[in-house]
Design a protein around this ligand. Structure first.
Ligand code: GLA
Length: 376
């Protein structure tokens, strides 16, 4: 009896130790430091989340994912997102005519709203236009262009921003919280928001990935768990059709090199100058599900995108033309990176048959996307 009890105690304390060391191992180191000052003097911080070979750095300006270091199949660590070395680079780009939204949190409405207008509760709203005759990514001063409040949390950082009633043309005081956490190769982004008036919300992250760390992304193999996409007009506004990807260059249901069909003679590819479309995810339920998988055969790096959102915008970096000098002064040439923006469909406020992006006064907006890095 006595021996059995001793044995039991030994086993229990062993288990406790194992659990404790697992918990300690899972704790990501979170530090912060100044990243510079905005032109008006507002200080900007940068948070570093480190877990083993994986490291994410997030700025309070725009909630930008400034860098994401991941190992390749041989353990060599490289930064796999596009951007700039310093705050000034982001501020200049996000306020210029070739705004590329590198790594930023996008809101209040990610993607396009046709003619910058929509109706809600019988009232018409007009947004400032910044993309031809349309509003893109929250307009000229979106969530990418503001300094967020920040505090460290377990394994990450919590950012908050109050978008005031009428700001950028949208109704309602919207309090937004974005939590970035890193555990091993999983960068989890959790978005929450509440409003005091009915409004529309569509938040995403606009990181440009290049799993090789340089060159272009045409040899990356992409899988999209989507049987349909939303074809667009010349202004990249959805026509309203949910079109089957069958026998089109938009069929990524099996892993396919991005470059394999990007130059095909296809009207939708011409309109997008490549891929710049929203795919309708084949969802089983409403929880986190795998939406996309990106694989770079050269480095062995893999990125899985999991989300609870109905759509994903795959943008193949078609507007990059070498004129933007990014990290290390490197010009970002055509297709230097690609975006996988989990989201509600573009222009949903004007498409009653699309999943609704409306947030009712007092209701909670909550969505999660995980960028999961590994190697193969
Ligand atoms: C998006 C759009 C693209 C382009 C980029 C930024 O994802 O869909 O058309 O505007 O942002 O350059």
């Amino acid at each position: 009896m006595g021996n059995a009890r001793i044995l039991r105690d030994v086993i229990i304390s062993g288990l406790c130790l194992a659990l404790l060391s697992m918990a300690m191992e899972a704790t990501t180191k979170v530090t912060s430091q100044p990243f510079g000052k905005m032109p008006d003097g507002t200080p900007v911080e940068i948070f570093t989340l480190g877990d083993g070979a994986y490291e994410a750095r997030i700025a309070t300006y725009g909630g930008v994912l400034v860098s994401m270091k991941t190992p390749d199949r041989n353990g060599k660590v490289t930064d796999v997102v596009l951007g700039f070395d310093d705050l000034a680079g982001f501020v200049r780009n996000f306020n210029g005519t070739s705004d590329a939204y590198f790594g930023a949190i996008i809101g209040r409405y990610a993607n396009r709203i046709a003619h910058g207008t929509f109706a809600l509760d019988g009232r018409k709203y007009s947004l400032p236009l910044n993309n031809g005759e349309n509003s893109l990514h929250g307009g000229p001063r979106g969530f990418n262009n503001v300094v967020w409040k920040a505090k460290p949390i377990a394994n990450g950082v919590e950012l908050t921003y109050l978008s005031k009633d009428g700001e950028a043309g949208y109704p309602g005081n919207l309090t937004v919280t974005v939590r970035y956490t890193l555990t091993k190769g999983d960068l989890r982004i959790e978005y929450s928001a509440t409003t005091d008036k009915d409004t529309v919300v569509n938040l995403t992250n606009h990181s440009y990935f290049n799993l090789a760390g340089d060159g272009d992304i045409l040899n990356h193999q992409l899988t999209l768990h989507a049987s349909r996409f939303t074809p667009v007009d010349a202004g990249l506004i959805p026509t309203g059709e949910l079109k089957s990807v069958d026998s089109t260059p938009f069929d990524f249901r099996k892993a396919t090199a991005i470059g394999a069909r990007i130059n095909a003679d296809d009207q939708q590819l011409h309109l997008g100058h490549g891929y710049d479309h929203n795919w309708v995810l084949d969802r089983k339920g409403s929880d986190l599900e795998e939406a996309a998988e990106l694989y770079d055969p050269r480095s062995g790096r893999m990125l899985k995108v999991l989300t609870d959102q109905p759509g994903i915008q795959f943008y193949s970096g078609n507007f990059l033309d070498g004129s933007i000098k990014g990290k290390g002064g490197k010009p970002y040439a055509l297709h230097a990176g690609l975006c996988l923006e989990t989201q509600h469909f573009p222009d949903s406020p004007n498409h009653p048959d699309f999943p609704s992006a409306e947030l009712k006064a007092g209701a909670h907006y909550h969505t999660v996307t995980v960028f999961s890095f590994s190697t193969r």
